[in-house]
Design a protein around this ligand. Structure first.
Ligand code: GDP
Ligand code: MG
Length: 598
């Protein structure tokens, strides 16, 4: 297929608006995948994706399509992950395209993710084609949604496509529109090779498989290639296209999309956003937009069974081969024992890694509360990035502290505007603007600390809007604030797993919550046990556990001896999982419960 007959596009949508269903329909209509081979949601390749109904890893598929004039086209669909944690991968996938289908649910309308994705697409100069999906639903309101797309995004909707991806209605029009409206790639086949990596994953047999878009020149099997940003060289030993199963070819030319294997040992050596060129005929400059993504959210991961420490290390090593954004380093805690401090792009990324460790590697883990990364300038002017409260220098050795901020965009029916302003303000959000007022929907924009968003913000937003509001955010940088380290002491011993970095204004409430929760959870001892929340040497909240010897069999009045035995053996088991903090035995469950506070 000549360059002028190639179309590279992706599909962008708010979650649940039908991106995966539409992708499946396009594969079916072009006979790329036969009906009998169609697993539901073909493009979502792993179990966690299918279960959660989200796309984490992107997939690509080349389709052959003959248009109404009998002309043959190659349509390359580059799917994108649908979550803000992976915004960088989304932006690189979009950079590999000339156009994007913007799918909007005709019964719902424009949502926060719709907006965030559209802004990314427009930044990459893509032709955006709006598609109204789910027109089969009785609640579909195409006219309202069209006016939202026109008013809010400013897209011309005169030729808007109306489809039902589920029923298979209007799919031919989508294919025609891709051919007619998405521009073909520029023909720069004579320039030195530049190919953009938009995804890479680790395969146990062949090493890393990169997915890339050839922007200039061409690349063949046997070529010696150079990754322009990481400087690594490799020899291409397999190259091909995903159709959507792998089909090998000898050469891929400018405008084409494909995959390669080159005995690359880790995805760190073939990073998303890097530019591939030829060692012998190097391009002058890499393609723009390469960034090494930084983890923004950290937590401690500890095996419940300390014998699993080595297994956990091996599992993290393996996951990292396939996940360039995952970081980890050993961490020791008096309460939890040996574990790892791990860094993630965001909460979803964190949950996915935890789930994989538990599911694929059979590990049982305790997770400490997630914390963001802080910037600390020391008294002697050094800048430290702090990802664990334990690493924070003493107050007198700190000159300033800064925390990451995000711009938060909430889209909501107008009825809930008051609730959501209150929510954002109570989380230290700073009002920026209220935008794009259509009749019944409003966009609220706040600048807010990431730390306030990575807790339960999304759940509260949903409950205060009866499930109707949506949100999305992007990093806007660090800001100085009055941040302190809140420490918990049990019988005078610091319980390191429970210390947190927090804003001074939040510290009193949080301190109170922590100590009263611990009072409930720690069994009485032979002696009096003070529980304190402190900032430096200052105690800001405290409780006491009165001395008492607990008789677990007391509540079994009557003579059921087997029940008594059961309780006693249960208690013995519990003892094994007791953590000694000085002279106080604290059940591990107490830490876990406190860490799941709220
Ligand atoms: P994604 O999150 O954007 O990938 O959305 P999915 O493709 O997973 O679709 C979300 C839900 O909407 C699924 O239950 C689909 O079956 C359903 N769905 C998708 N397209 C349509 C449609 O055209 N009509 C109806 N009624 N449901 C649809
Ligand atoms: Mg999906």
């Amino acid at each position: 297929v000549p360059v002028k007959n190639i179309r590279n596009f992706s599909i962008i949508a708010h979650i649940d608006h039908g991106k995966s269903t539409l992708a499946d329909q396009l594969l079916l209509k072009t006979n790329t995948v036969a009906e009998r081979d169609m697993v539901e949601q073909f493009m979502d390749s792993n179990d966690i994706e299918r279960e959660r109904g989200i796309t984490i890893k992107l997939n690509s598929a080349r389709m052959r399509y003959t248009d109404s004039q009998g002309e043959l086209y190659a349509l390359n669909l580059i799917d994108t992950p649908g979550h803000v944690d992976f915004a960088y991968e989304v932006s690189r996938s979009l950079a590999a395209c000339e156009g994007a289908l913007l799918v909007v649910d005709a019964s719902q309308g424009v949502e926060a993710q719709t907006l965030a994705n559209v802004w990314l697409a427009l930044e990459n100069d893509l032709e955006v084609i709006p598609v109204l999906n789910k027109i089969d639903l009785p609640g579909a309101d195409p006219d309202r949604v069209i006016s939202e797309i026109e008013d809010i995004i400013g897209l011309d909707c005169t030729d808007i496509l109306k489809v039902s991806a589920k029923v298979g209605l209007g799919i031919d029009d989508v294919l025609e529109a891709i051919v007619k409206r998405v521009p073909p790639p520029k023909n720069t086949v004579d320039k030195p090779l530049r190919a953009l990596i938009y995804d890479s994953y680790y395969d146990a047999y062949r090493g890393v498989i990169c997915q890339f878009r050839v922007v200039d020149g061409s690349v063949s099997r046997g070529d010696r290639i150079l990754m322009m940003n990481t400087g690594k060289e490799h020899i291409v030993d397999e190259i091909g296209v995903l159709a959507p199963n792998k089909v090998t070819v000898d050469t891929l030319y400018c405008g084409e999309v494909g995959y390669m294997a080159a005995q690359i040992k880790s995805v760190k050596d073939a990073r998303v956003g890097d530019t591939i060129t030829l060692s012998k005929n190097q391009a002058q400059e890499p393609l723009p937009g390469y960034v090494e993504v930084q983890p923004m959210v950290y937590c401690g991961l500890f095996p419940t069974d300390s014998n699993q420490y080595q297994d956990l290390r091996v599992a993290l090593d393996k996951l990292q081969l396939n996940d360039a954004a995952l970081r980890f380093e050993p961490e020791i805690s008096t309460a939890m024992g040996f574990g790892f401090r791990c860094g993630f792009l965001g909460l979803l990324h964190m949950e996915i890694v935890q789930e994989r460790l538990e599911r694929e590697y059979n590990l049982q883990l305790i997770t400490t509360a997630p914390t963001v990364i802080y910037k600390c300038v020391t008294a002697d002017g050094q800048e430290l990035m702090i990802n664990s409260p334990a690493d924070l220098p003493e107050p007198q050795k700190r000159r300033s502290m800064a925390e990451p901020y995000v711009r938060l965009e909430m889209v909501t029916p107008t009825d809930y505007v008051g609730n959501l302003i209150e929510l954002a303000t109570s989380r230290r959000g700073e009002y920026q603007e209220m935008r794009y007022l259509t009749e019944n929907r409003t966009t609220l924009v706040f600048d807010i600390p990431l730390a306030e968003v990575v807790t339960d913000y999304f759940d509260v937003l949903k409950s205060r809007s009866k499930g109707y509001a949506s949100m999305e955010y992007q990093m806007i940088g660090f800001r100085e604030n009055d941040l302190v380290k809140l420490e918990i002491k049990i019988n005078g011993e610091p319980a390191d797993a429970l210390s947190v970095i927090t804003h001074r204004d939040n510290s009193y409430k949080l301190g109170k919550q922590l100590v009263s929760k611990l009072k409930e959870l720690i069994p009485r001892q032979m002696f009096k046990v003070p529980i304190q929340a402190c900032i430096g040497v200052k105690v800001i909240a405290s409780e006491q556990i009165a001395p008492y010897r607990k008789d677990v069999t007391a509540k079994c009045y009557g003579g059921d001896i087997s029940r008594k035995k059961k309780l006693l053996s249960k208690q013995a088991e519990g003892k094994k999982r007791m953590k000694a903090l000085g002279r106080v035995e604290v059940p591990q469950e107490a830490f876990m419960a406190v860490l799941n506070l709220d």
